[in-house]
Design a binder for this molecule. Structure first.
Ligand SMILES: [Zn+2]
Length: 301
């Protein structure tokens, strides 16, 4: 059985069934970027609690299903447009980015490519540079090609090395430039729109496996948390080598985010122990017996 990393999934909006299915499919680690909630936050306290959840309860919750959870912390581009709130968020970010399990600043970048988005993108690039953390960049869904080029230009302008930057949500139009300029090219596999599995297979056939990796970007919208293992399966069926699949579905994401110094294969979970608690709370309900199970033998390679 192959092992996988999903380097972009919003676990707080997913169920424990998803965690079980992910582990069953071979996903051993996930990275959860900080983003918005589907509606705008009104108080900085909402950001505080959300960031605390990402480094606290959610990390614990994933571990209870055998998955090592990491996150990236940042002010998302949509909410960068509320300047008064954005200022307050910038003040608290340094309290979170140095915490255990934080593997980057993200997801940051452009949404509508406004002046305020630009301002807070740049400020957070400086923060990432100072903390020597990778940057996970959300590229805009509108005017994607221009927005993606601009994101890379701004990183270079701020003296950030391309190998420290993950350009996310690439597509056929952006991948060549992202790779040519030395950045990591991540792809979100959206069910039936944007990046379908079939299209991803074609991209790997055309561009190879160097610096390319995939994620589910699963959140509270229509999305498939199993997009990484399913796409790996399709790649295998279409004749892509096991080595390339391993790079695209595991190793490249690991190499990109391990630059944080926070991600270690030795920390991946080998035993589920649901008798554990986080601040006194467990994932068990209704007098259920805790599952205690060794996992290492299940992952062969
Ligand atoms: Zn996202």
């Amino acid at each position: 059985m192959m092992k996988f990393i999903d380097p972009h999934i919003h676990c707080v909006s997913r169920t424990t069934d998803d965690y079980e299915a992910l582990r069953q499919a071979g996903v051993v680690a996930v990275i959860e970027p900080a983003f918005w909630l589907g509606q705008p936050r009104t108080e900085v306290g909402s950001f505080k609690d959300y960031f605390s959840t990402l480094i606290g309860w959610e990390r614990f919750r994933a571990s209870q299903f055998g998955i090592r959870h990491y996150c990236t912390i940042g002010l998302n581009s949509k909410e960068a447009n509320n300047e008064a709130l954005a200022e307050q968020v910038m003040e608290i970010l340094p309290l979170y980015i140095y915490k255990e399990g934080v593997v980057g600043v993200g997801e940051i970048g452009y949404d509508d490519q406004t002046a305020l988005e630009d301002k807070y993108f740049r400020l957070q690039l400086e923060l990432a540079k100072e903390a020597n953390l990778p940057v996970q960049i959300h590229t805009p869904h509108r005017n994607k090609k221009v927005g993606t080029s601009r994101s890379m230009d701004v990183c270079i302008e701020h003296g950030i090395a391309p190998q420290m930057v993950i350009i996310d949500h690439n597509n056929e139009e952006t991948v060549k430039e992202t790779l040519d300029r030395g950045f990591w090219a991540a792809f979100s596999i959206y069910p039936s729109t944007k990046m379908g599995n079939e299209r991803m297979v074609e991209i790997v056939k055309k561009y190879g496996s160097e610096r390319i990796f995939i994620n589910s970007a699963a959140d509270w919208g229509i999305s498939d948390p199993l997009a990484v293992p399913k796409t790996a399966q399709l790649m295998a069926e279409r004749g892509i080598s096991e080595k390339d699949i391993h790079l695209v579905c595991y190793q490249n994401a690991y190499d990109a985010f391990a630059q944080s110094g926070q991600m270690h294969e030795s920390d991946f979970i080998v035993e589920i122990d649901q008798s554990q608690r986080f601040n006194g709370n467990s994932v068990l309900r209704g007098g259920r017996d805790p599952k205690i199970e060794k996992l290492d033998s299940k992952i062969i390679k």
